[in-house]
Design a protein around this ligand. Structure first.
Ligand SMILES: Nc1ncnc2c1ncn2[C@@H]1O[C@H](COP(=O)(O)OP(=O)(O)OP(=O)(O)O)[C@@H](O)[C@H]1O
Length: 294
């Protein structure tokens, strides 16, 4: 197991920012860290980075207590922070050297990443002369330049246009293929669904849902059944006290499992209502999120 958080607690005065948080993340996998504002995500990340000391609990990496000096971590913070008056290449070199790279490999990596992110022309500019999106790219390079084994990306897509968001998606996928372990904190559920096989949904400092996304969805307790709204179907559902939502030509019914769906099909059949089409889907992460954190 790459990363293990064991019974983590962190309070600020009377505020319990993180409470009894336990989770595991296998090497080379991606964890989606979710939660509303103030749920405890940043506090958790800061404890992993060694910027905050847990009040209780332990953080382990590859079976040992995580020692920040021995594990290379790339962190893209939510609040971006470049040195505005400093040249792009100078500050990237500074970040690379802080992570232990020698000057020659740092220079090589800077050219490689600027080229890859299609901004080599900004190498000698001051950060303040770059657009917000391009500053974000520089910050991403600072995160990746030392080829870290653990990547922590806090809202990495914010401020990127669709083309740059696609570019970032491709880079994250590449890091995953290289077997890097990744924590992705985002409020955008579709991004979490795209990248993360593991999720941890936090509320008031605690994990309210945690584990493999496929298993969470499978065991969540209902499926979304979509039925063509044939004439007479709504009346029958009302008569049988089956609650539904109307969406265009469809009726959406929440069912517990396959057998509840089959029971409903049987009743429709017995009531001489044709089944023109139907579709049954697991709940989306967005639905689960809204239900759990509301
Ligand atoms: N340094 C601090 N001093 C006092 N309270 C803090 C401090 N840092 C965080 N908190 C509180 O701890 C709780 C968790 O905050 P945290 O920043 O971890 O949430 P978050 O999930 O990252 O939120 P967001 O999505 O808004 O970034 C909040 O109630 C916050 O106000």
């Amino acid at each position: 197991m790459a990363l293990e958080l064991q019974y983590l607690h962190k309070s600020f005065g009377h505020i319990k920012a993180v409470s009894n948080l336990t989770l595991t993340l296998p090497t080379g996998e991606v964890l989606g860290l979710l939660g509303r504002n103030g749920a405890g995500k940043t506090t958790t990340i800061k404890m992993i980075l060694g910027l905050l000391v847990p009040d209780q609990g332990e953080i382990r990496w590859q079976g040992n207590k995580l020692d920040r000096n021995r594990v290379s971590i790339g962190y893209l913070p939510e609040e971006r922070g470049l040195y505005q008056k400093s040249k792009v290449s100078d500050q990237l070199r500074y970040f690379a050297e802080l992570e232990g790279m020698d000057r020659q490999s740092a220079n090589k990596a800077i050219d490689h990443w600027l080229e890859k992110l299609q901004i080599p022309e900004h190498k000698d500019k001051k950060a303040s002369d770059l657009s917000k999106g391009n500053q974000q790219k520089i910050q991403l390079i600072a995160t990746l330049i030392h080829d870290p084994e653990l990547l922590i990306l806090d809202e990495p897509f914010s401020g990127l246009d669709p083309v740059n968001a696609n570019m970032l998606s491709a880079i994250i996928e590449e890091q995953v293929k290289k077997k890097k372990t990744v924590i992705l904190s985002s409020h955008r559920m579709e991004q979490i669904e795209t990248f993360c096989e593991n999720v941890c949904l936090m509320k008031d400092g605690q994990a309210v849902i945690q584990g493999r996304l496929s298993e969470i969805k499978q065991n969540y307790g209902y499926r979304n059944l979509t039925l063509f709204n044939h004439k007479g179907m709504e009346e029958k559902l009302k008569e049988w006290k089956v609650s539904y939502e109307k969406k265009m030509n469809d009726l959406l019914v929440k069912v517990k499992d396959d057998s509840e769906a089959f029971q409903l099909f049987n009743r429709l059949h017995q009531a001489n209502l044709p089944l023109r089409y139907f579709k049954m889907l697991e709940p989306t992460l967005n639905e689960i999120f809204l239900e759990k954190v509301r």
